[in-house]
Design a binder for this molecule. Structure first.
Ligand code: WT7
Length: 656
């Protein structure tokens, strides 16, 4: 792995000498002080568990660790919605804004207070009850970034109904697969979404998906554009009709007391096989973990205006737009659209208008803003910003510096936060008032987290040497397994290094012990901060009748981190053409979603295979990144790769 030329982060690490201690005034007032690192694992999670959430019945045991499964806060009873909504109203903060919602069409906005949120959640939860939703009923959610999305999640949590949110950019196929896997009985969706000024056909996709989901009895459809397909008699019900006449009095819909270890949600994520993995997150540990990290890492204050610019359809949105911030009673911005609609200064206009003090986004977005130029941010007063965050993929030092200088005015700490859908909460990140930050480094494990870099044998490597990132102790928000797939859970995370959780990431620590993440070491690509497995895209391609065989890899891309390249062998009678290329790209978009659409497709009569028939993706990556080819001696037919290279260069010439 250390010889993998993809590990450009190593080079960055060698040359990166800039570092920034926390500004003095920031450090003095920071939520996290250095003593947080001195608390023992037990003391930290015990205290946070008791103090950060409200229990219906206190827990009696901190945790139980029977590898590979952990349980946390055993014996406790609580409700996530109560913690995120009701308790803030009861403590007199009902008038505080929970979400400043900003629609994509300019001028559409709404301030939703905690009391307002409670009303909406209670009404809607009462409506869901009429559809037979109760404790344990699996519910699917397929929506854009409108207030009804967190309302739907919270209503499920209130009733004890586990949800799965499917990102609104996913296709009907992807949606159907997830709904069926979880056995969802109800789907909550909306007529259409807004994205870049265009309509996203959510209800139309949902209709297509539901044709293949016999278990889904009802669909609830929220109104956004007022367009989209008609409601289907007997199955569909309009959100307003369902909830409109219901009581908003919380006493009519009490928060279901849940066991600490009851399932809160599943979130599906890509792995090294075509079938997405249902990552299971439970109630107490997840809530404590997300709220604790949100408090200390984002340094949120009672008057903060915090903005996590992710989509709720990914784990970042679950943990740091919905559950963590609401549990802490934080005011957030919730923005529906893209950063460049109608203009490239949309984000900065939002920061200025709400006086946002904490902004959390992804390197791919930062690089897009970089590309568009500094003039858009310069038009706005961004002096309210105190802290910037990054997540999703390694952030290049240039992008980190650009972010700090042009958005943070050269004064704000930047926290590069490493975590995964599986970890549920941030695990490696600076504490902004304590840690000296370095462009491109996620620095240190959060207090109580035991992360290490190990070699092939599972032994810790010395600082300065690359290896595999593993976790040696459980943490409250860790996944409780893969939904109904025990063997796959063990296989994916626990078999490579017995007793250690394998993250799938390469990493290295510098001489200060700071962590530098170096990307995935498995067959998973990271496109715009989102994981997509090579095999998932390959399966989608092979699903097309013209395709005989396909191999997919990621190549470095300045904007999206990695871009998807597909090598496709067509069936005998099929012709490689520009039309075929478009057809196949659309086919992948249809099967998975636009995010998985290959940037390039290279048609080739043969794929490079080992004598045992394994496709050598490493060589394809070399070809895609125009590198000299690595070892080809294990190839069954070495001439194949030369041929592919010529074709790939041809493709590039065509593209230019
Ligand atoms: C993978 C997890 C966690 C929310 C978004 C992605 C990569 C994530 C960083 C970071 C370097 C990062 C890793 C990880 N990743 N954050 N700060 N530095 N790499 O969630 O889809 O579950 O992907 O994203 O490769 O394993 P996800």
């Amino acid at each position: 792995m250390t010889t993998d030329p993809r590990d450009h982060a190593i080079a960055a690490l060698l040359s990166e000498e800039r570092s920034y201690p926390p500004p003095e005034d920031f450090a003095a007032g920071a939520n996290a002080q250095a003593d947080l690192y001195e608390r023992s694992f037990e003391e930290l999670w015990e205290t946070e568990g008791r103090e950060r959430v409200t229990w219906f019945e206190p827990f009696t045991e901190l945790y139980e660790w029977e590898p590979p499964y952990a349980k946390w806060y055993l014996g406790g009873r609580l409700n996530v919605c109560f913690n995120c909504v009701d308790r803030h109203v009861e403590s007199g903060n009902g008038d505080k804004v929970a979400y400043h919602w900003e629609g994509e069409p300019v001028g559409e906005r709404e301030a939703i207070t905690f009391a307002g949120l409670q009303e909406r959640v209670v009404r809607f939860a009462n409506g869901l009850k009429k559809l037979g939703v109760g404790k344990g009923t699996p519910v699917g959610i397929y929506m854009g970034m409108i207030p009804e999305l967190p309302v739907a999640m919270l209503a499920c949590a209130r009733l004890g109904a586990p949800h799965t949110v499917v990102f609104g950019g996913f296709s009907a196929d992807a949606l159907a697969g997830r709904l069926n896997d979880m056995g969802c009985e109800v789907l909550i969706t909306q007529d259409e979404g807004w994205r870049k000024g265009a309509n996203v056909p959510l209800k139309a996709n949902a209709d297509e998906a539901l044709a293949r989901c016999p278990g889904v009895r009802h669909a609830v459809v929220a109104r956004r554009t007022g367009e989209g397909p008609a409601l289907r008699e007997g199955r569909d019900v309009a959100w307003d009709e369902l909830a409109g006449g219901e009581s908003a009095d919380p006493a009519t819909c009490p928060c279901e007391p849940m066991d600490s270890e009851d399932l809160l949600y599943l979130l599906y994520t890509s792995g090294t096989t075509a079938k997405p993995k249902g990552i299971a997150h439970t109630t107490a540990g997840y809530l404590v973990g997300t709220a604790t990290t949100h408090h200390y890492i984002f340094d949120v204050k009672p008057d903060s205006i915090y903005w996590c610019a992710a989509d709720i359809g990914w784990v970042t949105g679950h943990s740091y737009i919905v559950y963590g911030p609401l549990c802490n009673g934080t005011t957030s911005v919730l923005y529906e659209g893209t950063p460049d609609f109608p203009d490239r200064d949309r984000w900065w206009e939002i920061v200025e208008r709400y006086r946002v003090d904490v902004l959390y986004t992804a390197p791919t977005a930062i690089r897009a803003h970089m590309k568009w130029g500094t003039e858009h941010a310069a038009k706005h007063d961004l002096s309210s910003l105190r802290l910037l965050g990054s997540v999703g993929e390694p952030i290049n030092p240039e992008a980190w510096m650009w972010y700090r200088e042009n958005i943070g005015g050269g004064r704000t700490p930047v926290v590069d936060t490493w975590w995964q859908t599986e970890t549920g909460m941030i695990l490696i990140s600076p504490l902004p008032g304590v840690t000296t930050v370095k462009p491109g480094s996620a620095t240190q494990p959060f207090p109580g987290i035991d992360a290490a870099v190990v070699d092939e044998r599972g032994e810790e490597v010395p600082n300065g040497q690359g290896g595999y990132l593993v976790l040696r102790k459980p943490w409250p928000a860790m996944l409780r397994g893969l939904y109904k797939e025990h063997d796959r859970y063990v296989d994916t995370y626990w078999s490579r290094f017995p007793g250690l959780y394998f993250t799938g990431d390469g990493a290295k620590r510098d001489e200060d012990g700071d962590f530098w993440l170096m990307g995935r070491v498995d067959d998973v690509m990271n496109v715009s901060g989102h994981r997509i497995s090579t095999i998932e895209v390959e399966s989608a391609l092979v699903d097309h009748p013209a395709v005989a065989e396909a191999a997919v890899c990621g190549r470095k891309d300045d904007l999206t981190g990695e871009a998807i390249v597909a090598f496709v062998t067509l069936k005998g009678s099929e012709e490689a053409s520009v039309e075929m290329l478009d057809t196949l790209r659309e086919h992948v978009a249809q099967k998975i979603g636009k995010i998985a659409r290959p940037a390039n497709i290279v048609f080739t009569p043969e794929l490079p295979k080992t004598r045992s028939g394994k496709i050598m993706r490493r060589l394809l990556r070399d070809v895609s990144e125009h590198r000299t080819l690595g070892d080809t001696t294990t190839l069954a037919d070495p001439s194949v790769v030369e041929e592919i290279r010529d074709r790939a260069e041809d493709e590039k010439a065509k593209a230019v």
